[in-house]
Design a binder for this molecule. Sequence first.
Ligand code: MG
Ligand code: MG
Length: 269
Amino acid sequence: MIFYKTDEEIEKIRTSCLLVSKTLGHVASLIAPGVTGKHLDQEAEQFIRDHSAVPGFKGYNDFPATLCISINDGVVHGIPTDIPFENGDIVSIDCGAILDEFYGDSAYTFPLGDIEPDVFDLLSTTNQSLYKGIAMAKPGNRLEDIGYTIQQYAEKEKKYGIVRELVGHGIGKNLHEAPEVPNYGKRGRGVLLKNGLVIAIEPMINLGTRKVKQSPDNWTIITQDGKPSAHYEHTVAVRKNGPDILSDHSFIEESLKKNDAIVQIPLKS
Ligand code: MG
Ligand code: MG
């Protein structure tokens, strides 16, 4: 069952998403080769609690951390560790928070230092595919128009693998609500998009095969061929006038301008 949100509820989700966005902005100011995921996780948890909110992922299905940190061939759901990041890593960081009963959810993949051009291209394409998908989140369209558009964009010239097993989702008082929001699909299929639908749109795109598997830690999803994977996510409300992006990557992008360890990826077009 889909819970359509009132304007007031959407503003609460926006407030939660704003905190998630600022938390990721804080993380973006700290991330660099030599830094550990555990350090970023502690910083993120403190930042969220300092703003009178609760980490959204910690304890969810017994996940042990505030951030999901998935490195290189890690797609999603990575557990922060004590192993320092290295020059050339790509680090996907997913963050959620609960504020005033509502969840916010957003993710970003950071390129650390010297990145191979084909990996850089993967990040750029995945990031832009997110915005192409978001543009479809308007009344009158159908759910699969979002995934269709993401898939078409990502598969057009490159032979990227679009992950099928993990999808976006409705979000509100629950982290994962109906409907599921796949990053692939057929045009004109799925539920009709209506004012008040709030969904997390989150393309997960691999440089090689679309196939994934679970790593031995029982959490991290990794690519089957060991090639890198990228992940960008926004929480988006469908409004009468079109998509309303409730999370905000500009906090990340502002931090990255001052962080010499990170190569800027081209912003959305
Ligand atoms: Mg997320
Ligand atoms: Mg999500």
